[in-house]
Design a protein around this ligand. Structure first.
Ligand code: HSE
Length: 375
């Protein structure tokens, strides 16, 4: 199997390393943006050197960003090449078009590393969805935000300082707002929900509230009441489509999610017959992520020629019946919030069950406010 590698950054370099130790998968050509002396013999700046090379059967896109990754992936599929990508932004944004193109061309389109880094989440989601009915899925799908919440729970540290440390450790996205405001986890949720439910969700319509405004005082409040706060994603079947959202969530200190340390991920699905299964591991990093890219390539070598599902039905978001209590720290008076308040916790309130979509919309229109759903 001969690969054309698009990008030679953290993940691309990892894929090359894995290949060097094997006889069955080789990197034939690497598209680079700047000179890489260590791979001068196989590098090019011209995508046509990969697209026009019939010996290259699979294009591995690990360059990130949407453009020109989209144009290159599309051209590779059109040229009848299999595509493996770790690019969650690309797949979430062009889901319908790229999966339809791969099906039309009869080639594989795989993106296991795009959700959960090194965790074999999407391949297991594919396996359970072909047999059972997935009712819901979600969990901790962003390592940087978990790293921040974990550090803030362990000691009295400042949000900005912990974020800086996560950036230095290489967990955070180039623009860390994608991690702390929830865009990164939303992309992963969109891809997972689409595969699980045979849906096509509009990524940007998914209600999302991040951790930007959490304070040490909020954390002290959670600790005092036996809770741990995590940024959780959720998607489940609903009467008129799919209910999906992302919000900080208070879980019982004894729950599985509460124990997830540092930048680890814990992703779970609940299926009608199988029940609950969770996947725990490294959601980022060179070799974990490159390992999932390699596994996709090896599956293709073993005959894999499809996306994870062939169903892709545009689906509406339905949050009508999703309600639970909330922790709300809001500096001010608000009649709607007052009408929901059932308890007070040192400068914050606890509400009765409130509609999730309404609460996220309200909190987003009151900057500085922090909310957390209570599970
Ligand atoms: N910034 C992402 C995270 C990297 O922290 O999970 C992996 O997608």
């Amino acid at each position: 199997m001969q690969l054309g590698l698009l990008g030679y950054g953290v993940v691309g370099g990892g894929v090359h390393q894995w290949c060097l130790g094997r006889g069955d998968v080789a990197v034939k050509r690497v598209l680079v943006r700047s000179d890489k002396p260590e791979i001068a013999a196989i590098s090019t700046r011209d995508i046509q050197d990969i697209l026009g090379d019939d010996a290259i059967d699979t294009v591995v896109e690990v360059m990130g960003g949407i453009h020109p990754a989209y144009e290159y992936v599309k051209a590779a599929l059109e040229a009848g090449k299999n595509v493996v990508t770790a690019n969650k932004a690309l797949i979430a944004a062009y889901y319908r078009e790229l999966t339809a193109l791969a099906a039309e061309k009869g080639v594989a389109l795989r993106c296991t590393a795009a959700v959960g880094g090194g965790i074999p989440w999407l391949v297991n989601l594919e396996r359970v969805a072909r047999l059972d009915e997935i009712e819901s899925l979600g969990g901790i799908m962003n390592g940087t935000s978990n790293y921040i919440m974990d550090a803030m729970h362990r000691s009295d540290v400042d949000f900005a300082a912990v974020l800086q440390k996560a950036q230095a450790l290489g967990y955070a996205e180039a623009d860390p707002s994608a991690d702390i405001d929830g865009d990164d986890i939303r992309r992963k949720l969109t891809i997972s929900a689409n595969i699980a439910f045979g849906a096509v969700l509009e990524e940007e319509a998914i209600p999302t509230f991040g951790i930007r405004y959490v304070t040490a005082k909020d954390i002290a409040n959670f600790r005092a009441h036996g809770f741990v706060c995590k940024l959780l994603a959720y998607a489940g079947t609903a009467e008129n489509g799919v209910c999906a959202y992302i919000e900080p969530t208070l879980v019982d200190a004894h729950d599985l999610e509460a124990a997830v340390p540092a930048n680890f991920n814990l992703i779970t699905y609940e299926a009608a017959q199988l029940g609950r299964q969770s996947f725990y591991g490294q959601g980022a990093g060179r070799f974990p992520t490159a390992a999932n890219v390699m596994q996709d390539c090896l599956d293709i070598q073993n005959g894999q020629r499809r996306f994870y599902t062939e169903r892709a039905v545009p689906t509406t978001l339905d949050g009508t019946n999703e309600a639970h209590p909330y922790y709300v720290r809001y500096e001010g008076a608000d009649p709607w919030l007052d009408s929901l308040t059932v308890e007070r916790w040192d400068g914050a309130v606890i509400t009765a069950a409130a509609n999730t979509y309404d609460m996220i919309a309200w909190a987003k229109s009151h900057p500085g406010t922090f909310i957390a759903g209570i599970r």
